[in-house]
Design a protein around this ligand. Structure first.
Ligand code: ZN
Length: 200
């Protein structure tokens, strides 16, 4: 986490609107990690150390961030690596990658676990191709996601960041809104959120 803060990839004490529509004070610019390949590589080394006792043949990540992690993890752990791609709201395998995971033992990797809902989609997809998921590895677990919740045998993460996340559908406005903290329009979905409000 400190290393992410060093490169400015973690912004705190602000007011963000996330993809989910929820509000919160912390934002992780994971894209910035990909701009620092040596740091990204060292994260993959650390994560591979946590996953070293798992028995698997293929590493799978979800596009876009998961492509880079899956690829680097494959390099570190000397395994093959594939990725799933977005297709509307769902994830799919293209490039006949599904054939590379069929009846194989696999490891799923992800950069940041927020609600875990997108990873659950990937897990469903992977199981639909008869792959045996040995575990999930991620850099940051932001949502107290557990292996039980994902229904996988193991979940490893380099760091856990406790979050103050406010669901504006149940508590509108968020405490941050109530304090009149301006919504960040550079990162997250703040710009769209404000445009929608003005349009009402
Ligand atoms: Zn708010």
């Amino acid at each position: 986490v400190e290393k992410l803060e060093e490169i400015g990839a973690i912004i705190t004490n602000d007011h963000f609107v996330y993809t989910s529509g929820k509000h919160g004070s912390v934002y992780v610019r994971k894209d910035l990690l990909f701009a620092h390949p040596t740091l990204h590589y060292s994260f993959c080394e650390e994560l591979s150390y946590l996953c070293k006792n798992l028995d698997f043949e293929v590493i799978i990540g979800p596009a876009i961030g998961g492509i880079l992690i899956s690829h680097l993890m494959g390099l570190v752990m000397l395994r093959s690596s594939v990725f799933a791609e977005k297709d509307g709201d769902e994830l799919i395998f293209k490039r006949a990658y599904e054939k590379l995971i069929q009846n194989k033992k696999v490891l799923i990797v992800e950069d940041i676990l927020n609600t875990g809902s997108s990873l659950k989609k990937l897990i469903r997809l992977v199981r639909s191709h008869n792959a045996d998921i040995q575990g999930v590895g991620c850099f940051i677990n932001r949502g107290n996601i557990t292996a039980e919740f994902l229904e996988v045998p193991h979940l490893y993460s380099l760091a856990e960041i406790a979050l103050d996340v406010y669901d504006t559908t149940t508590s509108d406005p968020s405490p941050l809104c109530a304090k009149n903290i301006p919504i960040n329009t550079t990162f997250g979905h703040g710009q769209k959120y404000l445009e929608n409000i003005r349009a009402k």
